[in-house]
Design a protein around this ligand. Structure first.
Ligand SMILES: Nc1ncnc2c1ncn2[C@@H]1O[C@H](COP(=O)(O)OP(=O)(O)O)[C@@H](O)[C@H]1O
Ligand SMILES: [Mg+2]
Length: 312
């Protein structure tokens, strides 16, 4: 029996969210926010946290700086039972930080990557990563030092019998290349949102992008915001509607979807059930600030899941 359900190697940082700022940000003027949240951020860590909260056994490898921000972030993972025994520490580089400025519409997102961009193959204990049924990779384009070794890493994990999921998230350089063609052959589940699916498929035409990606991976799961999510295989299309909810904060909705979906998928549940659980986790996440606050309170998320499950 593998030690973990899912292992994840990826970035960790805190999100510092300021609410109520104007969309235009003039310089040399003090602008007052009307709300502040400091919470666990970054796609890999949010996914690991929420999977841990849902009850999956998770092993997480990351790289931290010698600072308090990294220590706080790590404590959030430990609190939901995520194993962090194989993380490594950088002596010089700081842990990354994301500052989100929300205005009720489009947000400003400012990230200092810190040591997340430095994590390389040498920092990963491969036997630890292999001691799971499944491996998940998020934020592909942010792993600058690891990028050249990702195809080899995934090949080795697949040879050890793991299935693999990938959520590339955005490419800040807007190139959407960086060896992704060498990576997709090892991916069992590709999990983009609609925009990312088009970028990865190399076309603005969503239907054409889905066709292209379905030739490269056996299962494509596209997150479609308020419309929910749809899974595509070569032969079938499984759309599942979103849970109607009053959105407080969409930060981390996609990562929470990944957590809900993968929690069920590694148990071998039917696709429609996996997507519905992903939608449930994502909707729950949007009702509290950041991507993990809803899942830090077990009574809260359990009550949300039981009152909304019948809508799935
Ligand atoms: N307004 C909404 N109402 C209900 N669920 C939502 C809403 N917006 C997002 N979600 C849920 O969050 C998931 C991810 O959101 P999306 O914006 O598509 O991805 P990402 O966060 O990666 O950009 C969706 O598939 C859906 O389940
Ligand atoms: Mg996302």
């Amino acid at each position: 029996m593998p030690k973990f359900d899912i292992t994840i190697a990826g970035e960790i940082n805190l999100d510092l969210i300021l609410y109520g700022l104007p969309a235009e940000l003039p310089v040399e003027q003090e602008l007052l926010a009307n709300g502040l949240e400091v919470t666990l951020g970054s796609s890999s860590a949010i996914t690991a946290h929420n999977l841990g909260a849902l009850g999956s056994k998770i092993g997480f490898i990351t790289r931290l700086g010698p600072d308090q921000l990294g220590a706080i972030a790590l404590d959030r993972l430990r609190a939901v039972g995520v194993d962090v025994a194989r993380i490594t520490h950088s002596a010089e580089s700081k842990t990354g930080l994301t500052v989100l400025l929300t205005h009720g519409g489009p947000r400003h997102i400012l990230t200092y990557p810190g040591c997340m961009a430095e994590m390389s193959l040498a920092h990963l204990d491969l036997n630890y990563l292999k001691s799971a049924r499944h491996f998940h990779l998020s934020s592909y384009f942010l792993h600058r030092a690891l990028l050249p070794d990702i195809p080899g890493l995934l090949r080795e994990l697949k040879q050890a019998g793991l299935t693999i999921s990938l959520d590339t998230n955005d490419d800040p350089a807007n190139r959407w290349d960086d060896g992704i063609d060498k990576v997709l052959p090892f991916v069992d589940v590709l999990m983009p949102n609609e925009r990312e699916a088009c970028k990865l498929g190399g076309t603005d035409d969503f239907v054409a992008a889905v066709k292209t990606l379905c030739r490269q991976v056996p299962l494509l799961v596209v997150k479609r915001g308020a419309q929910g999510a749809t899974a595509y295989t070569k032969n079938e299309e499984v759309p599942v509607k979103a849970i109607p909810v009053d959105v407080i904060d969409p930060v981390g909705a996609g990562d929470s979807f990944n957590a809900g979906f993968l929690h069920k998928w590694v148990q071998g549940k039917p696709l429609a059930e996996c997507i519905a659980y992903g939608n449930l986790a994502a909707a729950c996440s949007t009702t509290k600030p950041g991507g993990t606050e809803a899942f830090r309170d077990a009574a809260y998320w359990k009550a949300f899941f039981s009152s909304h499950a019948r809508q799935t």
